[in-house]
Design a protein around this ligand. Sequence first.
Ligand code: GLU
Length: 305
Amino acid sequence: MDELLEQILRDCHPYTTEGKLANYIPELAKANPDDFGIYIISSDDRINRAGDYNKTFTIQSIVKPILLLLALMDNGIETVREHVGVEATGKPFDAINYSEQSLLSDHLNPMVNMGAIAMCTLIKGESYLERFERLLELTRKLAGNPSIQLDEAVYLSEKRTGSKNRALAYLLKTYGMITDDVEDVLDCYFRACSIKVNCADLAKIGYTLANHGRAPFSGERLFPEQYASYVNAILMTCGMYDGSGEFAVKVGVPAKSGVGGGIMAVVPTRMGIGIFSPALDQKGNSVAGIKALELLSKKLYLSIF
Ligand code: GLU
């Protein structure tokens, strides 16, 4: 299996030059486009890995499923569902366009920024810093890695330049969908996106989702089974941004990507996979990462369809 992974990285390496590094967060443009790594944990406790699986990068949007898990653990499905929807577009079947005049919780998706910013207000904590620290703690626990830290430089870079996220957060405030101080909420969101992980961390977190909430190796229950189903279903339909349909066709497993170049894939009952290659396609997904998952899925019959 390690050889298969080496082979896949070799075959997909040319794709690392096809995408572009995210540069709207200036610090992310400093990544090395040549980095390419993969780490897999399988249900028989086997570990397979290849390439730069040890290199760290910021989690970015892959924190969204963890944020959703914490919101669910703190509030239960019903309350979370009242604030943040589950639909990919939230538009009716005959919608031509929808106006911001009618922004409703059903329009918010937890896997895109507006929904994630709203979710920061759902997690518990005295201050927004404490909320972030609880999220960081959960990330460490799911990854079985107590040394996971914030990337201060990326956090500050994103905080300085995050005008679009500010616009989204103020829109939420305008429609009464968040009531707390916008900058406090955003600070928690920017920190959340700047948690530093590696492929092994993503594989372990993915494995807990694949294994219905139980940790790899120890089998310890980390969160209730129904939350795994809830998160995986949303990852399947929305985890790869507006490339989720294409990804479902070509790879066929729940997954989440981030603009740091990571992808976490969840193969229900079988595997957690972490991949890293920072050059992105126009939708914000790692080009070589998706290619590698496509090859792997074909080889190992991973698609759930
Ligand atoms: N921190 C990034 C942003 O808010 C996350 C985007 C992503 O990874 O999709 O723009």
